[in-house]
Design a protein around this ligand. Structure first.
Ligand code: AMP
Length: 220
């Protein structure tokens, strides 16, 4: 990812105080967030989705997401909009009712398939952040990791490990490396933090590994 030298001053909400931070790369304008269509059983997940929404809006970063108003997805999008931020949703037509695509977004893109949704979200985004979620979130995370592994993109991929939700998955990734079924350099592409702000900073500073491109985009 090209790194343009510029300095951007912003404010983040962290532990009940506003913190002034400097972001030295303004090239990450659109971040795709993968997260659950459910709320989960612990308020910390919805709270975190709202913190991430506020952080994106206050830093002029557009949210790219699945377009719905349910679960953590809804909490996130509502918060970005409430803070004057920009949101683009990408939703397959058959999910418009099920995932309640009722928010007035900056843009709502309607596609035909789940695959088209992932492709469109990936094209629109400069980086990907994964919040707690279920199968849908796993599918989105693993597919975007696979595309990075194949050299189809070199955008940062972060996991927000709030409440240590993803510890078992991260252990599995390490186990895959141990068993030599996953290359360490591919495992190391995954950025992890429990704090949204720190994760965002890691994403800004990300330097992708040099990988051999196995496929061209049109071969996928
Ligand atoms: P979940 O984590 O299962 O609650 O799902 C989170 C989001 O992922 C929901 O908006 C799902 O519609 C979406 N999702 C599930 N499977 C896919 C897929 N194969 N491609 C794109 N989005 C998906």
């Amino acid at each position: 990812m090209p790194h343009k030298e510029s300095v951007h001053t912003s404010y983040f909400y962290k532990k009940n105080v506003y913190c002034k931070v400097l972001l030295s790369d303004l090239t990450m304008r659109n971040i795709c967030v993968f997260c659950a269509s459910s709320l989960g059983d612990n308020e910390i997940y919805a709270q975190t989705a709202r913190t991430v929404g506020k952080m994106l809006a206050e830093n002029g970063i557009q949210l790219i997401y699945g377009g719905g108003n349910v679960g953590l997805m809804g909490q996130l999008a509502q918060t970005v909009l409430a803070h004057g931020g920009q949101v683009t949703g990408v939703i397959p037509e058959f999910l418009i009712r099920k995932e309640d695509a009722s928010l007035t977004l900056t843009e709502l893109i309607v596609v035909d398939t789940m695959h088209a949704r992932k492709t469109r979200m990936a094209e629109l985004s400069d980086g990907f952040m994964t919040l707690p979620g279920g199968f849908g979130t796993m599918d989105e995370l693993c597919e975007i990791l696979t595309w990075a592994q194949l050299g189809l993109h070199d955008k940062p991929i972060g996991i927000l490990n709030v409440n240590y939700y993803y510890n078992p998955l991260l252990q599995l990734f390490d186990h895959m490396v141990q068993e030599k079924l996953l290359r360490k350099e591919n495992r190391d592409m995954i950025l992890v933090d429990t704090n949204p702000l720190t994760l965002l900073k890691k994403m800004y500073q990300y330097h992708p590994p040099v990988v051999e491109q196995w496929l061209r985009k049109e071969q996928v």
